[in-house]
Every structure is written in C-alpha cells, then in structure tokens.
Design a protein around this ligand. Structure first.
Ligand code: COA
Length: 318
C-alpha cells in the first residue's frame, strides 16, 4: 500500500507586492531581485492568517478530491510561521473544515515541510494505521522578515497549499529525507524571546547567510533526486515533472543543469509568489493540476530544501 495525491488546493493572500513597491521600502530594484532570484511579486497578508489560508486550501483540495472532510483520518500541517504556539494550526484547520474524525498536528521542517509531511503520512499509510489524510503547507513569512533587511525581505511571501492523499496501490514510489542540524545557523529565526522580570530581549527576525544556503541547495537537491531515482530504478528521462521548492530560479536552473535534464521539466512560479516555504510545493502542484499539466500515470519528483538544514525528494505517480 502506498500514498496517492487525489486532490489539491491553494490559497494566496489578495495583496500583491511587486519588486518596485519593495524598492520604495528598502534600497533595492526589480532588476537586482529578478535577475538573482526570478522573483517579481509576492503576496503579503493583510487580514488573512496562516490557519485561515490553510483551511481555504484544504476545502479546495477536498472539493478537488471529491472527498468529505469527515472521511479524513489525519491532518498534517507543515509551517514555520504558525499563528499561535498552541493550539496547532492543524487543530484549527480540523475545526474550520469539520474534519471531526481526524487526528491533527503540525510539523516543523521549514521549506522541506510539505515533503516531510507527505513522507510522514506515507509511513502511517504503510503501517495500515490511516487511510485518508490532508497534508498542508501554510506560511505567513511576512511577519518573520525584517522589513529593513534587503538581503532577506525581498525573497519571501505568504500563502498555503494542500493535498488530499489516500492509501492506494500506486502513488509514492520512493523517498529520501535528510537533516543537518550542524549547519542550522545559516538560516534561522528565533521564536518568541525570553521576557520575564529578570530578563528581556528584543524580537528577532529571519537571518540568512544567502551564499551558504545557495551552495547547500545546488549541491544537495540534485544529489537527493539522483538517490531517489536510483532507489526506484527510474531513468531521469521518465520523470514528467521535477517539482522543486520555489526559493530561487537560479537554484532550480543549476539543479536542472547538474542533473542534465531540460529546464522545461522544472515548472516555476516564484515570479508571482516569492519563496513561500512549506507552501511552495503544494501551491505549484495545485496550479499544475488545475492548468491540466498533470495526467494520471505521470511520474513526478518533488524536492524540498531549507532551514534545519533539511532536504529531501520523493518520486510519485500522479
Ligand atoms: N537589493 C540590492 N542589493 C542587494 C540586495 C537587494 N535586495 N540584497 C543584497 N544586496 C547587495 C549586498 O549588500 C551586496 O552588496 P556589496 O557587494 O556592496 O556588499 C551585494 O548585493 C551582493 O550580495 P550577496 O549576498 O553576495 O548576493 P548574492 O549574489 O549571493 O545573492 C541571494 C543573494 C540571497 C539572492 C543569494 O545568495 C541566494 O539566492 N541565496 C539562497 C537564498 C535562499 O534561497 N534562501 C531560502 C532557502 S529555503
């Protein structure tokens, strides 16, 4: 028994912020941002919350999968920017969509979160514990970035994507996932700071060593994709689409080059949304699904990478 995606959904905040608008806030330009990252716009929340966007994406995914919320056994939400410390975003989604039979919890694996979520659900399905699940990535990174730091604030965006998955005969064919806490310091964001009568510290934001993150991604992404292909005995030509975390077009172009696979097989949408962390893969999958780019039987590679450091890849049959 394996894990098959049977429906997708997404929800992006209404407010669009272009590179030109950002250039009014920090010393940057559309030319600098787009040439280095492929990003031109991002969505930023006004009133939307991470849990609300996750619930909207989940409802659309359920509709797309022709599945009732009461059929869902498990909700896994990947997020590194939850609205509340507790209850979890997953429990808030459970309530919002009426999935009253589901067990719900969040996982924290930054930009690899959706991929790790799929793999986690797969482990439950393989053990015969659950049969239907929602895997969601949702982020409000706009509240974690320092809007005076041009080296990070231009990169990120808000949004949510969801997939309904079920235990089936075909679907996920293999995966690898990794963590390296020893390199965690290259991409960090501290949680709420200590605040008590003895000690008070100031708020912190996303801090990143961009070049180190870049080097990590261009090495590890192709490496783990090749590992999955070897694990499943699949030729890289037999993969219809390589669906990578949408951090930076240059990282994706480099991965395509290193793998020797045409860039056209690597769909990208960071131009519209920036890096939405755990939401980027499910948002892209949903766009591809709704644009008719996915046919049942297509083989896809999903690959995520990000803070932790964390990274991995999975091969699925659509
Ligand atoms: N606009 C204009 N100039 C900027 C800028 C901005 N938004 N951000 C940084 N710069 C400047 C720097 O201050 C620096 O100026 P200096 O040479 O006068 O000191 C110069 O541009 C080059 O900075 P550098 O950090 O070396 O740029 P880079 O070519 O490495 O590109 C990133 C920076 C962030 C685009 C690149 O490192 C990257 O994409 N890294 C991966 C980040 C990522 O994807 N993170 C998420 C992973 S999940």
């Amino acid at each position: 028994m394996t894990t098959r995606i049977i429906g997708t959904g997404s929800c992006l905040p209404a407010q669009v912020i272009s590179n030109d608008q950002l250039a009014q806030w920090v010393d940057t330009s559309d030319e600098w941002i787009s040439s280095r990252t492929g990003i031109r716009n991002r969505r930023i929340v006004k009133d939307e919350t991470g849990a609300w966007m996750a619930s909207q994406a989940a409802k659309k995914a359920l509709e797309n999968a022709n599945t009732d919320a009461e059929e869902i056994d498990l909700i896994v939400v990947a997020t590194c920017s939850n609205d509340m410390q507790f209850p979890s975003t997953a429990c808030q989604v459970q309530e919002a969509i009426g999935a009253r039979h589901a067990v719900a919890f969040d996982i924290s694996a930054a930009c690899s979160g959706f991929l790790f979520g799929i793999n986690t659900v797969h482990a439950y399905f393989s053990a015969g514990i659950y049969k239907k699940a929602l895997v969601i990535g949702t982020e409000v990174l706009s509240k974690l970035v320092d809007w005076t730091d041009r080296s990070t604030c231009v990169l990120f965006g808000d949004g949510a994507g969801a997939a309904v998955v079920e235990a089936a005969e075909t679907g996920l064919e293999g995966f690898v996932q990794y963590s390296d806490g020893s390199k965690g310091n290259v991409l960090t964001c501290s949680s709420r700071k200590i605040q008590n009568p003895l000690q008070e510290t100031t708020e912190d934001y996303i801090r990143m060593n961009g070049q180190e993150v870049f080097k990590f991604a261009v090495k590890k992404v192709p490496e783990c994709i090749l590992q999955v292909l070897e694990q499943t005995g699949t030729k890289k030509e037999d993969i219809r689409w390589y669906v990578l975390h949408q951090a930076n077009s240059r990282i994706i172009q480099s991965a395509a080059k290193r793998l020797g696979v045409p860039e056209e097989k690597f769909p990208m949408n960071m131009e519209k949304y920036g890096n939405t962390s755990a939401a980027s893969i499910p948002v892209l999958l949903d766009e591809m699904n709704r644009n008719g780019m996915l046919t049942r039987g297509d083989r896809l590679i999903l690959s995520g990478f990000g803070a932790g450091l964390t990274w991995g890849a999975a091969q699925i049959v659509w």
